[in-house]
Each structure stands twice: as structure tokens, then as C-alpha cells.
Design a binder for this molecule. Sequence first.
Ligand code: KDG
Ligand code: MG
Length: 405
Amino acid sequence: MKIRDAQVIVTSPGRNFATLKVTTDDGVTGLGDATVNGRELAVASYLRDHVVPLLIGRDPHRIEDTWQFLYKGAYWRRGPVTMAAIAAVDVALWDIKGKVAGLPLYQLLGGASRDGVLAYCHASGKDMPELFDSVQRHLALGYRAVRIQSAVPGLGKIYGVGDGVASGRYEPAFRGPLPAEETWDSRAYLRHIPGVFEKVRERFGAELPLLHDAHHRLTPVEAARLGKDLEPYDLFWLEDVTPAEDQDALRLVRQHTTTPLAIGEVFNSIWDCERLIRARLIDYIRTSAVHAGGITHLRRIFGLAELYGVKSGSHGPTDVSPVTMAAAVHLDLAIPNFGIQEHMRHEPIVDEVFPHAYRFADGYLHPGEASGLGVSIDEELAARYPYERAYLPVNRLTDGTAFDW
Ligand code: KDG
Ligand code: MG
């Protein structure tokens, strides 16, 4: 069997996605997600201009060899663009292997280790009534774990807070010629958030697993204080408290709090988290298949994590396409050290462009029994939504200093 063709499809059904479609000489197709939010065309070009010509004629079954060929052969290893391009090829080849075998991907990864994949949703609000409504709506949908984000008095629009009760949607990528700019004040945030969790616990009780994302904005000592202040509210995890490049930053946080820590959505290789995992500075590793080199590499990261008692918590916002969500759900079902899976629902039009077999029911995601990933792309529909320039926001301190978003 040989790869006959590989096409990059960029589509924007409400938000941009870059997808690789690999076709074999006997007509089997595989899909891989290559979306890096706000930088989609760079990965599309990397694939079209540099990777696709290398794929034609290769044996699609040689997944590990193709991964090594693209990673070592590039010489310029790692980085979000390179690793998303390798991920797209890798996931497409796993999809093909599953289809040829006539098995859903999780079966090739060792079979199911659990009955379903616990998913957490995003609830947010500009004030407590709006946040309570948002939690209530997600509980009504069946979610059994909830991420809590709240606006901070005195600050405008900030990360993670949706556009109101009507839709509850949170979409950070701003369509337009320039990024949106937001304002940040860590002291105001640190004063406000513990009270939010106190009220949520009072309202929804002790049982419900609650999560929170600090989006890389705190210094180690600020993060340590937040972790301590949140201890009475028994968080499932506190995410991305400090800038992710600085693996040692979490050492100080860890020394001061027993609130579980999660990090990893911006990591793209095992080298970004190897120290964090070996020193047990985190409890959950949050890399995703698209940003960390596909199923082949993500499995390696989760394998290392398992040795040190660190669990998975794959990134699953709306900027990972249904192709990456499917890859995540198959892997989550199979690995021994699964923790939880983030699940932000895509808009219905995204699910129409990418029909998929995975489904959510009663708090859990299930990959379905279709062979391979169980995701297809409606190319005619995708073509009706051409790329639209969009950027993630830029964050500034109140004095105008550029800050972590
Ligand atoms: O593209 C950036 C988003 O995926 C990210 O900001 C979402 O932090 C995020 C999360 O936890 O889903
Ligand atoms: Mg996050």
C-alpha cells in the first residue's frame, strides 16, 4: 500500500481549521488536524510546501518510521508549527491503519480500559447569577465536571468568560485585521477568585468536580497563594498557573499548596514536560494530539507520565477540530492513566463539516465503533467557508505593558 495523494483543506465554519487528508493508492483516506489557533496558514504551508511531497509513495502503515523521518529529517525539531504538521500526518496514518484493519482506533491502541471518557465543560459568567446559570445549563446537558471562569470586577473582557447566558459561547480568536487587546490585573484577580469558588461550592455542593484555568498569568508566589486560597474548595485541578516555558516555576507552587496542578496545552514535545513529570511537579499533563506530534508522540508523553503517577487531561477547546477530539477520545479510552478530557462543544456547523462517530452522553465521551478515527470531512460544505484572518487576543497590564494572554 502506498500514499497516492495528500491535500491540505483550510476551512472556516465559524473558526479556522487546517486539515490534512491523505489518500492511499487503493482509495483509503485518513484525516489529521493541523490547526494552530491564529497561525493556521503557517502549518498549511509547512505541510503543502515541505511535507506532502515527502509523503507520496510512502507506505502509510509505517507510522513510527514516518514520524521519525519527519521529526529527525527536518533537523529543526519541535515548535508548534513543525509538531502540528507532523501530528496531522501521524493522525491521518493512524486513521488509515484503523480503516484498513476494520477497527476503531482505540482497539489498535490496546482496547478500552474504561467504559467512557469523563469530560469537563466550561462554565463562566460576568457575575455570580450568570455563572450559576451557566453551571446549571451544563449540568442539565449531563456534564459531571465543570471548569469555572469568572469576570473580575474592574477588568473588562478576560480569558475564558463567555458572551452571556444566551449562548454561553467563549471564542477567543478574534476575526479581523488585528488582535483584540484585553487588560489584566493579577491582584484584582487573586482577590476575586476564591470568593467565586466559595459561592459555587455553597450553591452546587461538595461533590461536583470543579476546575479552573489561570492561563499562565501568575508569578510562582502568586500561583502558590491562589493554590492555598482555593484549597478549601477542593479543586479537581488548577490549570496553567505560571508561564509554561518555565518548568521550574511550578516547584515553588508545589511546595506551598496541595491543590492539584495541571499544565501543558502549549507544549509540543515530551521535552517541554519531562522535568515536570519526573519531579512530580504536576498531577495532570494537558497536551493534545494536534499540538504535540500526534497520537504517536502524545502516547509517549502519557507513557512517561504514567511512570510518575501523572494523569492525562487532554486539551479540548473548540480550536481543536473534531479530528483531534476523536484522536483524544480514542487515546483516553485506551491508556491506563487517563484523568479527564476537556470538552467544549463545537458549533453545529463544525459538526456538519466534520461528521463524527464520537458522542457525549451523561458526562462521558465515547469514541464510537466506526473504523479508524470515525471522522470525515464534507469537502463541499468546507469549501463554502474560506479562511478568515483571526488572532488570539493580546493581553496588557493596566499600565499598558504587554503581558501573558
Ligand atoms: O487557542 C487557545 C485556546 O485553545 C486556549 O486558550 C483554551 O486555555 C484554553 C483551554 O484550557 O481550553
Ligand atoms: Mg487552558
